[in-house]
Design a protein around this ligand. Structure first.
Ligand code: GAP
Length: 460
C-alpha cells in the first residue's frame, strides 16, 4: 500500500455494482447482516465457479503431474497440533480500555485506539481457529476445529494419493474448499472475511530441487492471472522478509494486486520445506515418505505451496475488469471480463417482444443454453439492454430483428468494441464458440457480414 500506483476504481463502486446486479450480498442481510460473511448471488456464483474452473483446468486437467482432492473441513484435532496452528496460528489482540473495541496489534501505526484515541491493553495472542464440538457432548474431548486452510488435508493424504496414483516426484495435489479464520479485523468487502474459499496446490519435490520448482510455480501462478486479463501494472511479486515468514516457510512470495485500498496479497507462494510431512509423521506415528528409485532411499519430499483465495481473486477480477466509457453519447459502466470468467457468455435480445421475434429468439436461447450460460432479455430499448449486459460483463449479445425472419441471420454485438457482425443462424453456435475462445470478432463465418443495427424498436 506504499507504492505510488493508483487504483483505477474505488471500492464503493464495486460493492454497489455487486449488490445492485446480484454478484454479492451481505450474509443474512434481512437480519442486519453477519459481519465479514458474504453471499454470492446469481452472477457472483457463476463468476466464482468460472474462477475455480479456470484454476482447476490450468493446474489439474491440463497437467499430468497433478491430481485433485476434496478433503473434509473437520479434521482430527491432532492435525492442528502437528501443523503448529494450535500453538502459533494467532494474531496479537489489543483492546481499547475506553470504548472496548478490539484491534490487531500489528496493524496499528500508533499506541492508541484508532476509533476513540483511548489507551490500549497490552497485546495478547488470539488464536484464529474456530472451535466447535463433535457429537452431542460439549466437552474438551470432542473439540474440533473448522480448518483455517485446506492445505493440511493434502498433507495427511500424501501417502494415500501416492499409493493410489503411483505418481513419481515431482507431483502435486490440488484442492479447492472453504476455510475459516476468526480474523480480529475484517473488511474491504470480500478481501478479508471469516469464511472464505481457497485454491491450494501442494507440490512435492526432491529436497535439492526446491528452489527450481519454487521459481517455476511463482511464474506459473503470476501468469495465470495475467492470462485471465489482470493488467500487468496491477499485479506484482513481493518477497517476504525473514521476520514475516510463517513458521513453516523457508521462502515465500506474495502475488500482490492493486486493490482499491492499495497493494495487498492475492496469493502466497511458499517453500514449506519438509516441515509438514515431518510433523505429521512425528504426530501420527505413520511414515509419510517417498522411495526414491534413483538413490534407493526413503526421502521426505519438500513442498512448494501456491495458495490462492477464490474470494480475493473474484475481487481482483471484478476491480480489474471494471471500466467506464462512453457508448452512443452516454456514459456506460462495463465489466471487461475475460470470456472464461464472464458469468453470462451470451445474451439473446429480440429487437421486439412481439411473438414473431420472441419465438425464434427463444429457440436460439434454448439451443445456446446447451453450451453456455445464456441470458435472455426483452425488456426496454435495445440500447438499455446492451448497457445492462455490459455492466455484468457479458461478452456477446445476439440480436434477432425483423430482417432475421427473412434472411435467417442475426447480429452479434461485442461488449468491448461494441462492433457488430451479421451471421447466419446456422453458423451462430460455431461462431460464438470461436469468438469465446478468442477469435477476432471480424473473422466472419461463411455468409456473414459486418453490420450495424440502425433501427431500435422499444418493446416496453
Ligand atoms: N496454506 C497457506 C495459507 O493458507 P495464507 O497466506 O494464510 O496461506 C492463502 O492464505 C490465501 O488465502 C491468501 O493469499 C488469500 O488469498 C486467502 N485468504 C487468507 N485469509 C483470508 C481471509 N480472511 N479472507 C479471504 N481470503 C483469505
Amino acid at each position: 500500500m506504499t507504492e505510488q500506483a493508483q487504483p483505477k476504481v474505488n471500492m464503493e463502486k464495486i460493492v454497489s455494482l455487486c449488490q445492485r446486479r446480484g454478484f454479492i450480498f451481505p450474509s443474512s442481510e434481512i437480519y442486519g447482516g453477519l459481519s465479514s460473511c458474504w453471499d454470492y448471488g446469481p452472477l457472483g456464483v457463476e463468476l466464482k465457479r468460472n474462477i475455480k474452473q479456470a484454476w482447476w483446468r490450468a493446474v489439474v486437467q491440463e497437467r499430468d503431474d497433478m491430481v485433485g482432492l476434496d478433503a473434509s473441513i473437520l479434521m482430527h484435532p491432532q492435525t492442528w497440533e502437528a501443523s503448529g496452528h494450535l500453538e502459533g496460528f494467532a494474531d496479537p489482540l489489543v483492546e481499547c480500555k475506553n470504548c472496548h473495541l478490539r484491534w490487531r496489534g500489528d496493524d496499528l501505526n500508533n499506541e492508541t485506539c484508532p476509533s476513540c484515541g483511548g489507551e490500549l491493553t497490552e497485546p495478547r495472542m488470539f488464536n484464529l481457529m474456530f472451535k466447535t464440538f463433535m457429537g452431542p457432548v460439549e466437552e474438551e474431548a470432542s473439540v474440533v476445529y473448522l480448518r483455517p486452510e485446506t492445505a493440511q488435508g493434502m498433507f495427511v493424504n500424501f501417502q494415500n494419493v501416492l499409493n493410489t496414483t503411483r505418481k513419481r516426484l515431482p507431483f502435486g495435489i490440488a484442492q479447492i474448499g472453504k476455510a475459516f479464520r476468526n480474523e480480529i479485523t475484517t473488511g474491504n468487502f470480500i478481501f478479508r472475511s471469516r469464511e472464505f474459499e481457497q485454491m491450494e496446490i501442494e507440490y512435492f519435490v526432491k529436497p535439492d530441487t526446491d528452489k527450481e520448482w519454487f521459481d517455476y510455480w511463482l511464474e506459473e501462478r503470476f501468469n495465470w492471472y495475467v492470462k485471465l486479463g489482470i493488467k500487468k501494472d496491477n499485479i506484482k511479486l513481493r518477497q517476504h522478509m525473514k521476520r514475516e515468514l510463517a513458521h513453516y516457510a523457508k521462502e515465500c512470495y506474495d502475488i500482490d494486486y492493486l486493490f482499491p485500498m492499495g497493494w495487498a496479497e492475492l496469493e502466497g507462494v511458499a517453500n514449506r520445506s519438509d516441515f509438514d510431512l515431518t510433523q505429521h509423521t512425528k504426530h501420527s506415528g505413520k511414515t509419510l515418505s517417498y522411495f526414491d528409485e534413483e538413490s534407493k532411499e526413503h526421502i521426505t519430499p519438500y513442498i512448494i505451496e501456491p495458495s490462492a483465495g477464490v474470494d480475493r481473486s473474484a475481487l481482483a477480477f471484478l476491480c480489474d475488469a471494471y471500466d467506464e466509457d462512453i457508448a452512443e453519447g452516454e456514459p456506460r459502466a462495463v465489466l471487461r471480463f475475460h470470456p472464461d470468467l464472464a458469468p453470462i457468455k451470451v445474451a439473446i435480445l429480440p429487437l421486439s417482444r412481439k411473438e414473431k421475434l420472441a419465438t425464434p429468439a427463444k429457440q436460439i436461447y434454448a439451443d445456446l443454453r446447451q453450451c453456455w450460460m445464456t441470458g435472455y432479455d426483452e425488456a426496454q430499448s435495445i440500447g438499455r439492454r446492451y448497457r445492462r449486459q455490459d455492466e455484468i460483463g457479458t461478452p456477446f449479445s445476439v440480436t434477432i430483428d425483423f430482417q432475421s425472419l427473412e434472411d435467417e441471420q442475426v447480429t452479434i454485438r461485442e461488449r468491448d468494441s461494441m462492433n457488430q457482425i451479421r451471421v447466419p443462424i446456422k453458423e451462430l453456435k460455431t461462431t460464438l464458440a470461436a469468438k469465446l475462445s478468442g477469435e477476432d470478432l471480424f473473422v466472419l463465418p461463411p455468409g456473414g457480414k459486418v453490420w450495424k443495427v440502425e433501427k431500435e424498436e422499444s418493446s416496453s
